[in-house]
Design a protein around this ligand. Structure first.
Ligand code: AMP
Length: 534
């Protein structure tokens, strides 16, 4: 893709001045490609992940185009739909950042916080309305907004909207908008449902693709740890080892279920870690507070679920841990994309249990290479056994009937009851076996771990050949050796050291980060009415 300067993109002088103030030297590839088209009023289909600078690729041309004209009461001139509250709030912050030389009125309609001020703004008329789909329809249904004045529609993270079940809402909203409008549509991937939506609602869009969907940044060093014993207490112990072993400045730890986020948080706090949690059940205020604490460094570990963490622009995360492998492989890419941003080195480590080997295969497919194991990886036999394993609810993992029988009563209740997983989501998980209560004592963990060391884990390697870690480019070799040669962090007593520490990753995205909080306009009362509406 041709490299351009900001001056060549057709942006207004005032917008260019704001870019200079933001400290950006040159446009990212998605900006170079999308902005010149968007400023002319044409539709854009942008296939780009978060971290590529995609937000500015629609916000900058929008501000340029909104310089002329004026908002009318209850009739926003432009509408941005985002899948989550946090993402919507981040987009709003971008308008503050890039709109410093403008007097645009921006309103944010998201769930979980009082919207009185925002509604007052809407009543007076806004240039930009940023909303989550459900909230928008809610306000529309109450007659608080009219959508026939929308000149520009942005749909951000459409594939995430699909995951969250928002597509019917998006279709409804699109039908409420004037057909003669500009649509800027962004998605990291293009599953068939998204293509259908694009064909239905975009007019002759310019397709702009900046990175192969679902690729991972070269700056991220990925590795996997196999845990043949998939019990939760063992996973938590392995996680603690991983955190202590590396120079973890700050980390996001991903779990598949919100219930496990809560359990993990409790355990981390009990073991003296400085941790917080982010999951879909938290109200907006606590989410924002936790995020602010994480951004400021007050909290260094953040246990999170996908729904809560998707699209967050948290600068400078040194590590991502997958406590659970995600059920959907492209979530793996999104998760680890929280680190290694803006050209910085990042580390992503994933714990893999036998139940997760099927998910691992999907991730390997997306990475285009075998997983790099630290320590003993699974054997071919483990993979074969995983293939034979009865698929659980939703077809991922799942425990056998005999395992269910052996489980304690509480476990059996869980196995047949609510999963506590983050909703909404497309794939239903299987339950994991032999959970221990959240408040298990450290002593009990240690005793069981020691017993296990004596028995299973300390056994010589299995007969079946290990899947060897990949050996790739020379650069990769160098990095791998560096890591192997680096002083190993203090190992837990008696714990066998990993055999090897092979690591690396695949492709690259141009990234940078912004540090931000709740948009300032949310924290201050609505401005007095602007010039009379037309
Ligand atoms: P996004 O993909 O929109 O989440 O943007 C990721 C980060 O890149 C944000 O922190 C932006 O502030 C930053 N960013 C956007 N455009 C540029 C640019 N041209 N140069 C440097 N950083 C940028």
């Amino acid at each position: 893709m041709e490299t351009k300067t900001f001056a060549e993109l057709g942006l207004s002088q005032k917008v260019q001045a704001a870019i200079t103030a933001a400290g950006y030297d040159s446009p990212t590839p998605i900006q170079s490609a999308a902005i010149p088209v968007a400023v002319t009023g044409r539709d854009v289909l942008g296939i780009a992940q978060t971290g590529t600078g995609k937000t500015a690729s629609f916000v900058l041309p929008m501000i340029t185009r909104l310089e002329t004209g004026r908002a009318r009461a209850r009739m926003p001139r432009s509408l941005i739909l985002a899948p989550t509250r946090e993402l919507a709030a981040q987009v709003a912050q971008s308008f503050e950042k890039y709109g410093i030389n403008h007097k645009l009125d921006v309103a944010l309609l998201i769930g979980g916080m009082s919207m009185d001020d925002q509604v007052k703004k809407l009543d007076r008329g806004v240039d930009v309305l940023i909303a989550t789909p459900g909230r928008l329809l809610d306000h529309f249904g109450r007659g608080r907004i009219m959508l026939m004045g929308v000149e520009i529609l942005v749909i951000d993270e459409a594939d995430r909207m699909l995951d969250m079940g928002f597509i019917p809402d998006i279709e409804k909203i699109c039908k409420l908008l004037p057909p003669r409008r500009q649509t800027l549509f962004f998605s990291a991937t293009m599953p068939p449902e998204i293509t259908r939506l694009v064909n239905q609602f975009l007019r002759d869009p310019e397709r702009v693709e900046v990175a192969r969907p679902a690729t991972t940044a070269k700056t991220i060093t990925q590795s996997f740890r196999y845990l043949p014993d998939g019990e939760d207490w063992a996973k938590r112990e392995m996680l603690r080892d991983l955190i202590r072993a590396d120079n973890v400045r700050n980390a996001i730890i991903f779990c598949n279920r919100k219930r496990d986020v809560a359990i993990l948080l409790k355990s981390l706090l009990k073991h003296g870690f400085n941790a917080g949690a982010l999951h879909g059940d938290m109200d907006q205020k606590s989410r924002m507070e936790t995020l602010d604490k994480f951004r400021s460094g007050e909290i260094t570990l953040l246990a999170a679920s996908d729904v809560a963490a998707r699209g967050l622009d948290i600068p400078d995360v040194s590590h991502v841990f997958n406590y659970d492998l995600p059920w959907q492989s492209d979530d793996y890419v999104h998760r680890i994309g929280r680190t290694g941003r803006a050209g910085k080195e990042g580390i992503a480590q994933s714990i893999v249990t036998p139940e997760e080997l099927k998910s691992l295969k999907d991730i390997e497919k997306i990475l285009g290479e075998p997983a790099a194991w630290i320590g003993d990886g699974p054997t071919e036999q483990d993979f074969q056994d995983a293939g034979k394993r009865r698929r659980g609810r939703g077809g991922r993992g799942g425990r056998s009937d005999s395992a269910k029988k052996d489980a304690r009563p509480a476990d059996r209740r869980r196995a047949s009851g609510a999963s506590g997983r983050e909703e909404p989501k497309a794939v239903k998980p299987a339950e994991k076996g032999n959970r221990k209560p959240a408040d298990e004592t450290a002593r009990a963990e240690t005793a069981r771990t020691d017993a296990r060391r004596e028995n299973g884990r300390a056994k010589p390697q299995a007969e079946a050949p290990r899947r060897d870690a990949p050996r790739r480019s020379t650069e990769t070799e160098g990095r791998r050796e560096e890591r192997a040669a680096a002083p190993q962090p203090a190992p837990a007593p008696q714990r066998a050291r990993p055999r090897s520490a092979p690591v690396d990753a695949s492709s690259k995205t141009a990234v940078a980060a912004f540090a931000g909080n709740v948009p300032a306009f949310l924290c201050r009362p609505a401005r007095p009415a602007k010039a009379a509406s037309e």
